[in-house]
Design a protein around this ligand. Structure first.
Ligand SMILES: O=C(O)CCC(=O)C(=O)O
Ligand SMILES: [Fe+2]
Length: 317
C-alpha cells in the first residue's frame, strides 16, 4: 500500500461561471471536465475566486481559535445525528479532531454553535463561517447543475436540491509524535452526495484510484477538492465514482481542513432516475433512506476500505 505518486487532479475553474449563464461555452467545457473527472477519479480540483484568499485566511484564523478552546468546550458541540458533533480523542486516530455545523449558510445556525463555544458570543466567527459556507454552497450547486445536465437529468435537479441537507465539518490534524502513526484519517468513502474539501495549505489528502493505487493530491493554494460520495454513486446508478480517500500527516505543521457535505434529507427515498437504468446499466442499488442507512452504518461499525452504502443496498454484493 501507499505507492504515493505525485499526481495532478483535473482542474476546473469556476471563477467566471454562474448558473444563469449555463449556455456559455466556458460552462460547457468546465462541465465536460468536471463530469469526466467525477466518473474517472470521483473528484477534481476546483478554483473559485469568489472565496478570496482573505476570506480563506479569516476562516482558518477563526478555526485556529476554535480548536484552541478547552476540550470540554469543544465537546459541547453535540448532535442527535451520528458524526455531526465533536469527534476526537479517538485512540486509533489520535491526530484527528472535528466539529460540525448543520445548514452553515444560515447565520442563526452558526450563531447557535458559536454561542456554545464562546458564551460571550463571537460575531466575527459566525459571520466568517456563514459567508464562506454560502459561497461553498454556490459551488456545490454549480457542480450538481453540471452533473445533472451532463447526465441529461436537468428536470430532476430542483427536486434533488430541495431534498438535500448541508453539513459543515471543520477538522484539525495535529502533527504526529515520533512514536505515533502519521495516519490522520483512515481510508473511507464519503456517504454524502458531494463533499467539497478545503485545507489551510497543508497537504495530506490521498485518493485511491479505481486501479487501487494511492495518489497524493497536491491541492493548489486557494483551491478546493470536489468529491463524489456514495449517495451520488447510487443516484447516478454507478456512473459517478466515490473514491476511497484518507489523510496522511507528513507535514510538520497542523493541518486544518473544512468539508461541506451535502446529504440526502432523512425521510426521502434516494434512487436513480429511470433514465439512469437500461440494459447496459442494470439497477445497482435498492432505493434507500439516508436516516435508516446511517442507523445501519453506525450499528454495523464503520469499516475501513468498505463501501457502507453498497453493503447496505447494493444489488450485486
Ligand atoms: O481533511 C480532509 O481533507 C478530508 C476529510 C474527509 O475525508 C472527511 O471528513 O470525510
Ligand atoms: Fe472523506
Amino acid at each position: 500500500m501507499g505507492s504515493e505518486t505525485p499526481f495532478q487532479l483535473p482542474v476546473v475553474n469556476f471563477s467566471e461561471l454562474n448558473i444563469q449563464n449555463s449556455g456559455d461555452l466556458i460552462w460547457y467545457s468546465a462541465k465536460t471536465v468536471a463530469l469526466q473527472a467525477l466518473q474517472e477519479y470521483g473528484c477534481f480540483e476546483a478554483s473559485f475566486d469568489k472565496i478570496s484568499p482573505d476570506l480563506q485566511n479569516s476562516v482558518f484564523h477563526e478555526l485556529e481559535q476554535l480548536f484552541d478552546l478547552p476540550l470540554e468546550t469543544k465537546q459541547k458541540n453535540t448532535s442527535d445525528r451520528d458524526f455531526h458533533g465533536y469527534i476526537g480523542q479517538i485512540a486509533f486516530m489520535p491526530l484527528y479532531e472535528s466539529m460540525g455545523i448543520d445548514a452553515p449558510y444560515v447565520l442563526e445556525k452558526v450563531d447557535n454553535f458559536t454561542s456554545l463555544m464562546w458564551s460571550q458570543g463571537n460575531p466575527k466567527f459566525s459571520k466568517t463561517i456563514q459567508t464562506y459556507s454560502k459561497k461553498l454552497w454556490e459551488l456545490d450547486e454549480m457542480v450538481k447543475t453540471m452533473v445533472f445536465e451532463g447526465l441529461n437529468l436537468e428536470k430532476y435537479l430542483e427536486d434533488h436540491l430541495e431534498a438535500t441537507n448541508y453539513h459543515l465539518k471543520v477538522m484539525k490534524y495535529r502533527v504526529a509524535d515520533p512514536s505515533e502513526s502519521n495516519m490522520g484519517l483512515d481510508s473511507h468513502a464519503d456517504t454524502s452526495i458531494l463533499t467539497i474539501l478545503h485545507q489551510n495549505g497543508i497537504q495530506g489528502l490521498e485518493i485511491r484510484t479505481k486501479d487501487g493505487d494511492w495518489i497524493t493530491v497536491n491541492v493548489s493554494p486557494n483551491s478546493f477538492v470536489v468529491m463524489a460520495g456514495e449517495s451520488f454513486n447510487v443516484l447516478s446508478n454507478g456512473r459517478l465514482h466515490a473514491p476511497f480517500h484518507r489523510v496522511v500527516m507528513n507535514a510538520s505543521k497542523t493541518r486544518l481542513s473544512v468539508g461541506l457535505f451535502s446529504l440526502p434529507k432523512i425521510g426521502t427515498t434516494v434512487k436513480p432516475p429511470k433514465e439512469m437504468v437500461d440494459e447496459e446499466h442494470p439497477l445497482l442499488f435498492k432505493p434507500f433512506d439516508y436516516g435508516e442507512f446511517m442507523e445501519y452504518f453506525c450499528m454495523s461499525g464503520v469499516k475501513k476500505d468498505t463501501y457502507g452504502l453498497k453493503n447496505y443496498c447494493g444489488l450485486l454484493n
